[in-house]
Design a protein around this ligand. Structure first.
Ligand SMILES: Cc1ncc(C[n+]2csc(CCOP(=O)(O)OP(=O)(O)O)c2C)c(N)n1
Length: 686
């Protein structure tokens, strides 16, 4: 005889399924009103979603995608909660009306935790795999794992998303590191209008075969009993013997792709898919398990009542007010003042790269939550610039490790690591290779705080060696800061000497927000002639330099300033050294501001100095057109207009697509102290 199902579970599951179905029906009935904002519903996918959702506990983590409204109900969200997001209301518990229906984020103590969910299909795979990596790290480090029972991580995905490159980076890391994660792939055979027969060779189980150790199971996702039993077994297995699984659930898509893309426009399988509706199957199951028709009808009408009542209550709820726009772009930072000894008596002079190394070593010694990963940072090499040398020996391979060449994973996994309570420091090897990680930086990292209403700021530090010197050529020299500064939600640091680098790494670590730190390769060892100023007495361990504070690193003579004979250079990174060298040739006539942090920008110091000097040159290593520097020059002109005796000029590299390898061509393209001097003289003579 077939085993009986737990009656309480069955009743609960049916109630949730009936609610999810009633929600779809109600949304359709009120289409004009609810389609003000786009939504999609789970119709057809409910059985597998509810079976998985009911397994999850408060210590677990979940990534749910836009079709997962039944999954959200099954972890304890009410129809009312979801409808607040449907209508983009102020009390939407996920995002305060900022993001679409069924784009959850949750930190309730009694429910599974959900970090920020974007709309970019498949992009949740990396952050969620990062959570699993974080939980594994916590266990290895004996950091409290919150509950007695081991947490699991569930990452829900649509079938069409899994052939995306970033998903394979996630699967690969889960397989490589045996991470405690379940990838739930809901396969309805449709992308939007592209059918599986056009866009893939095999299904998710076939795909998973490329990732040894990722155990894959395929089931009929419309049969609640099968779904329940399989989900129970896999989730228990992950808790007891942590490793990755993929559960492929075959389901029909019964509602529209989204409210904006209607099924009748392009679907030719509607009748066929209707025969696989999980809802009547669930009713059959209930009857087989002894429920009477009247009990079932009673549950259905109770569900419909709840949904109808919640809809009206949600409708009457408040909309956000304009001032809500400004909340939670960044979490508050605890580091506001410069502290500690910047230049300790008897301290040793160190090159810039070593100042960074010491900063990280000090952080790792103090904080077990701190770990470092990236390409080649592990034991054998300690980074291609030796910027992580000896750290793996000192702290172990579990805290300092090599990753595969997966920039998207390196960057995006920090979202999950941070959600798991850790403080990851990661690296891309060269700024030229930040591009594969840029999607995660923009889509997941930078928006997390804002779109979760501050629940999940991503506390991470991304180190990026940058800049041209000595024929690095087109793929080891590029400057990329303008693109990164343009991603709102990130802080961006670009120091010019070892003391600033050390103090800023410390501040970035304690900041709850994502920080990108550009470290100029030409300054690392002060090998480039004229960059000795980057080499300094190393600050003490307690030295910390807040983000957003520029420094006046050279001051013109007061008399020259008063007579209008001086100019203020605003620059950062290598530009500081060019300006310092150029200034030697114009004694007393040049002040230099080293920005140190590009976002947030110290506009107070900049405007104050430019107003005093009446002339300003902005210097960058980047190609100048459409650059951060050019924008800054515009801002300075706007804010200091009445004080200016000459136009604010921004100078940088020649506008070519790449920095050539040949030394003569490189020199022609990039600025130098000599070129800066020419511009300074022109400005002074204006
Ligand atoms: C990276 C990205 N590209 C394109 C889209 C537009 N888009 C939204 S849903 C969708 C289809 C996704 O299909 P699938 O993952 O199978 O999920 P389903 O909607 O079928 O449940 C596409 C292409 C997107 N959201 N993200």
């Amino acid at each position: 005889m077939a085993s009986r199902m737990n009656q309480t579970i069955l009743k609960k599951a049916f109630m949730l399924m009936a609610q999810a179905k009633a929600m779809t029906d109600l949304y359709e009935a009120n289409f004009k009103f609810v389609s003000k904002y786009v939504h999609a519903t789970s119709r057809g996918h409910e059985a597998i979603q509810i079976a998985v959702g009911l397994q999850l506990r408060a210590q677990d983590y979940l990534s749910a995608y836009y079709r997962d409204d039944a999954l959200l109900l099954s972890i304890g969200m009410k129809p009312y909660d979801l409808m607040l997001q449907l209508m983009a209301k102020r009390d939407d518990p996920f995002s305060g009306g900022r993001t679409y229906y069924s784009h959850p984020s949750l930190k309730d103590p009694d429910k599974p935790k959900i970090p920020h969910q974007s709309s970019a299909t498949g992009m949740q795979a990396i952050p969620t795999t990062g959570i699993a990596m974080g939980l594994q790290y916590r266990e290895k480090m004996n950091l409290p794992n919150l509950q007695a029972e081991r947490p699991v991580v569930v990452c829900s995905l649509g079938d069409a998303s899994i052939t995306e490159g970033e998903v394979s980076e996630a699967f690969h890391m889960a397989s490589l590191k045996s991470l405690p994660i379940l990838y739930l792939v809901q396969d309805n055979d449709w992308d939007i209008s592209a059918h599986s027969s056009e866009i893939r060779k095999g299904n998710a189980v076939d795909y998973a075969k490329g990732f040894p150790g990722l155990e894959a199971v395929s089931i009929d996702g419309t049969d609640f009993k099968t779904c329940w039993e399989t989900a129970t077994q896999i989730i228990q297995e992950i808790r007891q013997n942590p490793r990755p699984f993929l559960l492929h659930a075959r389901v029909p898509l019964l509602n529209h792709h989204t409210s904006g893309v209607r099924k009748e426009w392009y679907r030719d399988d509607l009748e066929l898919q209707q025969t696989r509706d999980p809802y009547p199957r669930m009713i059959d199951l209930l009857k087989n398990e002894g429920f009477s028709q009247s009990e079932i009808s009673e549950l259905e009408s109770e569900a419909a009542d709840i949904v109808a009542r919640d809809f009206e209550t949600a409708r009457a709820a408040d909309d956000p007010i304009p001032s809500d726009l400004y909340l939670h772009a960044f979490a508050e930072t605890p580091v506001l003042t410069e502290q500690g000894d910047r230049s300790p008596a008897g301290g040793e002079e160190k090159v810039m790269v070593d100042c960074a190394l010491f900063a990280i070593e000090e952080l790792m010694r103090k904080h077990p939550e701190c770990l470092l990963y990236g390409q080649d940072v592990g034991k054998r090499l300690g980074g291609v610039f030796r910027e992580a040398a000896t750290l793996a020996e000192k702290f172990g391979d579990h805290r300092v490790f090599n990753t595969p060449i997966q920039e998207a994973f390196i960057v995006g996994s920090t979202v999950g690591m941070s959600a798991a309570g850790l403080k990851p420091i990661v690296e891309v090897q060269f700024a030229d290779y930040i591009w594969p990680g840029l999607n995660q930086l923009f889509t997941e990292v930078a928006r997390s705080s804002y779109l979760t209403m501050g629940k999940y700021p991503v506390s991470m530090l991304l180190r990026v060696p940058i800049g041209a010197y000595g024929s690095g050529g087109p793929y080891h020299s590029s400057s990329v800061e303008s693109v990164v500064c343009n991603i709102k939600g990130l802080k961006v640091v670009y120091p010019s000497n070892g003391a600033d680098l050390k103090g800023l790494i410390k501040a970035a670590y304690y900041d709850s927000n994502p920080v990108v730190i550009f470290e100029h390769k030409g300054l690392y060892w002060s090998k480039v002639p004229g960059t000795d100023a980057a080499k300094v007495i190393m600050p003490s361990e307690d030295y910390i330099l807040p983000l957003g504070k520029a420094a006046l690193v050279r001051q013109a003579d007061e008399r020259m300033v008063q007579e209008g004979q001086a100019v203020c250079v605003v620059t950062y990174g290598m530009g500081v050294h060019w300006a310092l060298n150029a200034a030697e040739k114009l004694p007393g006539r040049v002040s230099i501001i080293d920005l140190r942090t590009l976002v947030p920008l110290d506009t107070e110091l900049i405007y104050e100095q430019v107003r005093k000097h009446h002339r300003c040159l902005v210097v960058t290593e980047e190609t100048i057109e459409n650059s951060f520097a050019q924008t800054l020059a515009g801002r300075i002109s706007e804010h200091c207009f009445e004080y200016l005796d000459a136009p604010v000029k921004a100078i940088g590299s020649v506008n070519m697509p790449a920095i050539p390898l040949n030394a003569t061509l490189e020199k022609e393209m990039i600025l130098s102290a000599e070129k800066v001097l020419v511009h300074l003289e022109q400005l002074l003579n204006y």
